[in-house]
Design a protein around this ligand. Structure first.
Ligand code: BES
Ligand code: MN
Ligand code: ZN
Length: 514
């Protein structure tokens, strides 16, 4: 637990605003070659087509009872099956829980995580406090380690709670888990990398879930700086005057009507001397729609319109936490899309950092306005090898793909291929949509381009493409995936941190192929 302790110590040293980000989890994990006395729940990972379980030290009576229970429940280790046997004969535990993992050779990492998430949800609904997990029924030791680490990662992902705004947090899981493995060192190492990834997801969930006022542009930037700087990430924050001085009129325009003016966050993790990989995330800290006001209940979750920016901060945090040998620069344009006498008006023309004039055909298409300058800034100042942007950009995307897939857009088939691979690996799935031909899709009569067009998701993407120019670029539209209202899979209710695992794995895949 060295790694986790070091983290907690670092956080404790800093006096953080809102006392956020100190400690995300109350569970305790131990990795050891043997179990311990005092276990409440004994958990076995069971491969497919198991009829009888035989562990050293189990009596014939124990084995017979378990076999009978398995037959009665038609449990044979098929993937995602669960069988709980209370008060198993001859075993000094309250519960024996069998978890089917199917064929260990082909078990996907994301499925193992979901098995872990389902286990922790089940444990949280029980009185079990000490849990012991075994993988020795999986014959291949290396696979057993990978699967166990992913199951542990799934437990972590599901057990996060956003409770710092409650006077009395009451729902924090606080069990002790013993992960029993002969290859303790390998397992601990594998888990530590996933724990760093989880810390990135938690940061993104936190930033996504923060209410609009608490999570305003300056607060978001400060939060990110506080969490990233101790990990060795170089953080630069441009305030409103600097945003104006840099000529980022498109970014600035969106927050003109708010007392919370535009900021630009830059987080640079230099883990290698390669050309940088730029990640640009939409950090609109609240989306009222502006004068094209949102008039339905959809406005109620618009504090999550910073989820793309949160994903970028989370991915940079995960890569730094893993000490990944990659050069990645995260750029997060931060805004609050509000109404006042100062606000941009429908039909106004803004001038972006690269000189492009933009007709604001809808004040509610603000994401692309701030991303335009984020992408321009990344390209102009960092000369990146590639730019990936991620945003809760369009309702049209949500309608087309729901929350099961993000939409990805790129003219580079190799980027589509690596992003698809990262999606399959992490379970954060992506689906390609076209950038054209859509002739005239963002043409404007009075300016260079306009910020709306049809079809809606493609218009947003084509608009952003204009600012990436010749730099290889891929756009991720994650609208509808920032928050869940009830727990599902690896997500507790609230901000999902979606995109952190996708971006983190993609950066490593991309860098490995360079
Ligand atoms: N933040 C919204 C997109 C969104 C909608 C995210 C629903 C999550 C859930 C974005 O700024 C927006 O308002 N998009 C408009 C664009 C339109 C006015 C061209 C949309 O999709 O309706
Ligand atoms: Mn909007
Ligand atoms: Zn928006």
């Amino acid at each position: 637990m060295l790694f986790v302790r070091r983290f907690a110590a670092l956080a404790a040293l800093l006096l953080l605003p809102l006392s956020l980000q100190a400690q995300y989890l109350n569970t305790t994990f131990h990795f050891a070659p043997q179990g311990m006395a005092g276990t409440d729940a004994l958990v076995m990972l069971v491969p497919a087509e198991s009829e009888q379980l035989q562990l050293s030290g189990w009596s014939q009576q124990t084995v017979a009872q378990i076999s009978r229970a398995m037959a009665a429940a038609e449990f044979d280790g098929a993937v995602r099956q669960r069988l709980e046997i209370m008060a198993p004969a001859g075993l000094d535990v309250d519960r024996l829980i069998l978890l089917g993992v199917g064929d260990p050779a082909s078990l996907q990492r994301s499925v193992a995580e979901e098995i872990g998430a389902a286990l922790s949800a089940h444990i949280n609904g029980s009185n079990a406090q000490v849990i012991e997990i075994h993988s020795e029924l999986i014959a291949d030791n290396a696979r057993a380690v990978d699967i166990m680490a992913s199951v542990a990662h799934g437990v972590d992902l599901r057990n996060y709670r956003f409770d710092q705004l409650k006077s009395e947090p009451d729902d924090r899981p606080s069990q002790t888990y013993h992960w029993v493995s002969a290859a303790t060192g390998d397992l601990q190492q594998r888990y530590n990398a996933l724990r760093a990834l989880a810390e990135g997801v938690f940061t993104a969930r936190e930033l996504t879930t923060l209410p609009g006022t608490d999570g305003n542009p300056a607060a978001f930037a400060e939060y990110a700086a506080n969490t990233l700087t101790p990990l060795g990430v170089d953080v630069t924050i441009l305030g409103p005057e600097e945003v104006l001085e840099a000529g980022l009129g498109s970014l600035y325009g969106v927050s003109k009507g708010s007392q919370h003016k535009a900021h630009l966050l830059i987080a640079h993790w230099r883990g290698s001397d390669d050309r940088p990989i730029a990640l640009v995330g939409k950090g609109n800290t609240f989306d009222t729609g502006g004068y094209d006001l949102k008039t339905t209940d959809s406005i109620l979750v618009m504090q999550t319109d910073k989820a793309g920016g949160a994903a970028v901060v989370g991915a940079v945090k995960a890569l730094a936490g893993q000490q990944a040998a990659v050069n990645v620069v995260g750029v997060v344009p931060l805004s609050q899309n509000s109404i006042s006498g100062e606000a941009m008006l429908p039909g106004d023309v803004l001038t972006a950092g690269d000189g492009t004039t933009i007709e604001v055909a809808s004040t509610d298409a603000e994401g692309r306005l701030i991303l335009a300058d984020g992408i321009y800034y990344a390209r102009d100042r960092y000369d990146p090898a590639v730019i990936v942007d991620i945003a809760t950009l369009t309702g049209a995307k949500s309608t087309a793909l729901g929350s099961e897939f993000s939409a990805i857009f790129s003219e580079h088939d190799d980027l589509i291929a690596t992003m698809t691979e990262a999606g399959n690996m992490t379970g954060e799935l992506v689906w390609r949509l076209p950038l054209g031909p859509y002739p005239g899709i963002i043409d404007s009569r009075i300016a260079d381009i306009r910020n709306t067009g049809s079809p809606g998701a493609q218009a947003g993407a084509v608009f952003l493409q204009h600012f990436a120019r010749d730099t290889p670029w891929l756009h991720i539209d994650m609208a509808g995936q920032a928050i869940v209202s009830s727990p599902s899979g690896v997500h507790p209710a609230g901000g999902t941190g979606h995109g952190v695992r996708l971006l983190t794995e993609w950066v490593k895949l991309y860098a490995g192929q360079q």
